[in-house]
Design a protein around this ligand. Structure first.
Ligand SMILES: Nc1ncnc2c1ncn2[C@@H]1O[C@H](COP(=O)(O)OP(=O)(O)OP(=O)(O)O)[C@@H](O)[C@H]1O
Length: 329
């Protein structure tokens, strides 16, 4: 069942929190298949179960049901066998404020038994070299986030799990984390990254899984999801839309005139060459042909109903009202 060809797998994963207001289903029979190598986005509205899923994968929360594997090893049972190959930032890491970033990493490197030389390499990878000898106390949020990523790189992980690494960062910080993540993916590391910044995800991720209310609503390569969502819709620009429709409709095309005048929209075009031939042979010459582009944001909003989950509705979703005393691990 868990083959090892995938970096991350989950089948029928479930998590029910017992809260003072009754059971709350955070993850509801989730299947996940993240291929090895590249960056995989893990998306969903607030409260859709992303953090809970990542915490279960890393052994930080106990599933109510289902099975999971990391790098082919069933977890949590075989987590000890695989944990040295997995890096993760799912909670704010604890660094000593009075030490420099580099000193913090040196301490960690010695604790996990890796050579000091790896520290400078990790710092370089996240683009923190210039500030590595400054005290952690004076780091901005973005620098702290990058140091946390650097800490996960000390052991040269095959799989990196990042929970909203760009949360709270300014555009420059977002870009630098994005570049770091992309570099790592290109070096063959599998990065599973949850995020709300869809434009970033679209730029960096090769694959994506979208959650809504604890379930997967879409998963696959980003390019495929986008082209599927676009449904082969094309815009044709012609001088005489009526003449174009007289040729297209009998030929079986789902075509209609649209704005601005001179535009014909055609759905489900598998072969644009055949479309242009139909028009040209009928004496209607194209002024333009444009394939409709869909961005990840519209796909996401279309699949998840467009709005974040309600924040404090008992028993259904929402991050508010979450307390550690409610937690059943
Ligand atoms: N410790 C907890 N005790 C009780 N309920 C919890 C706990 N942690 C999470 N939940 C609930 O589980 C659901 C999923 O939360 P989770 O944090 O996994 O979502 P998320 O997708 O990471 O959200 P966000 O994007 O807001 O970080 C929510 O309804 C949340 O309130």
């Amino acid at each position: 069942m868990h083959t090892g060809e995938l970096a991350v797998e989950a089948q029928g994963l479930r998590k029910v929190y017992r809260t003072t207001r009754g059971p709350r289903i955070a993850v509801d029979g989730l299947d996940l298949a993240v291929p090895r190598g590249g960056v995989h986005g893990f998306l969903g509205p607030n409260g859709s179960g992303k953090t809970t899923t990542l915490r279960m994968l890393l052994g930080l929360a106990r599933p109510t049901g289902g099975t999971m594997a990391l790098l082919g090893q069933r977890v949590p049972d075989r987590l000890p066998q695989v944990v040295h190959r997995v890096g993760a930032v799912v909670e704010s890491p604890k660094f000593s404020p009075g030490l420099t970033g580099r000193q913090n990493l040196l301490l960690l490197a010695r604790a996990v038994g890796v050579a000091d030389s790896r520290v400078d390499a990790a710092v370089e990878t996240v683009g923190l070299t210039e500030r590595a000898r400054d005290r952690y106390r004076g780091y901005s949020l973005g620098m702290r986030q990058r140091l946390a990523i650097a800490a996960t790189l000390l052991r040269d992980p095959d799989l990196l799990v990042l929970d909203e690494p760009t949360n709270g960062l300014d555009p420059a910080g977002i870009r630098s984390v994005r570049d770091t993540v992309r570099d790592l993916g290109e070096r063959g590391v599998t990065v599973l990254v949850s995020s709300h910044v869809l434009a970033e995800v679209q730029q960096v991720c090769t694959g994506v899984t979208i959650l809504d209310r604890g379930r997967v609503v879409a998963t696959g390569p980003v390019a495929e999801l986008l082209s599927e969502a676009a449904g082969g819709r094309h815009e044709v620009l012609v001088d005489d839309p009526e003449a174009a429709l007289r040729l297209l409709l009998p030929a079986g095309y789902a075509a209609r005139a649209a704005d601005p005048p001179g535009t014909v929209v055609v759905d489900g075009v598998a072969d644009p060459a055949a479309l242009t031939r139909t028009l040209g042979e009928g004496g209607v010459w194209l002024r333009g042909l444009r394939r409709e582009q869909v961005d990840l944001e519209s796909v996401f909003l279309g699949l998840t109903g467009g709005s974040p989950a309600p924040l404090a509705r008992p028993g259904t979703g929402g991050s508010a009202g979450r307390t550690t005393t409610e937690e059943q691990r």
